[in-house]
Structures are given as C-alpha cells and as structure tokens.
Design a protein. Sequence first.
Length: 174
Amino acid sequence: MNWKSPAHRRPGRRAAVAVGLALAVGLGVSTQVPARASVHAPAKATAAAPQSVDGTAGRAVTRVADFYGAYIDAKGDYTDPDGTLATALRDHYLTPDFAKRLAAWENKNEADGVLRAQNVPAQWTVTDNGTVGNGHEVVVTLTFGSGETTQKTKLFVLLERYDHIVDIGTTSAR
C-alpha cells in the first residue's frame, strides 16, 4: 500500500478532523459553514437595547423637550418636589406675558397650566409640528396613569422666533 493512497491517508485525516472538532466544540468555536454563520440567534428578552435621546441646540422640538423633561422631573419628585426649580424653568422658558396668562388660567382651573393637570404624567412625547406664522409649534403628548388605566393629553406649544414659549393650548394654532 502506497502512503499516498486514499486508504492510507484516511485514518490519519479522520483522526485529525475528529481532534479538531473536539477542540472546536470544547472551546465553543462554531463549526458551521460561513453561509450559516450569518444567521443570528434571537436576542434575550431581558437584554434591553440602550436608549438615546437626540437634541440640537436652537431647534424648537429640542427646546420644548428639554423644558418638559426638566419641569416634569422637578414637579414629579414625590419625595421632594422642587417648586423653586419649576418656577425658575418657567421664568426661563416662558415669555413674561404668557406666564401672566398662564397664572390666571391656573387660578381659574386649579391645575398646573404647563401640564394642564393636577398631577404629573408618567410619560411624555414631544413632536415637531412645524412653522406657524412667525413661530413654531410643537406637540406634547402627556400620558397619565399606568397599566390599563392611562389617559393621554395632547398639548400644542407655540414658540416665538426667539424660542420662548408664548402659548400652551389644547388645539393647534394651524
């Protein structure tokens, strides 16, 4: 029998392949062909994807999102709500004229005028609604409650061209 004959090479080759497979399996290396290696296993249900929030200085939607996020955080800290911060945020983001009108609305309705509610939402979404006259309108959707008992309130926030809030209403200015 010639050492180059298939009958002679086969036992050694089989032994080498068997050892290679045993090492690959023992080390957790995939033995699949490359075409099958591209198939991904489903992600674990407990592994949450990282979340991100985008913002751009000077954009109306970013400004309103910043205001509502900080305002809700200040008002919603049930163990220690920060009324001073909430007032400072209103002073910074609202025009003085609108702040007066909002205070009158709050006295009449016995509710927070920024949130149009007596409590704080559990979730909120801010969406650009485009240009309105010389200003810009942003839609804020507030979700109150949790589970099966939620209520959504849609607010239309109007900014002047210098990015201060001049109105918050329940109907669009469009």
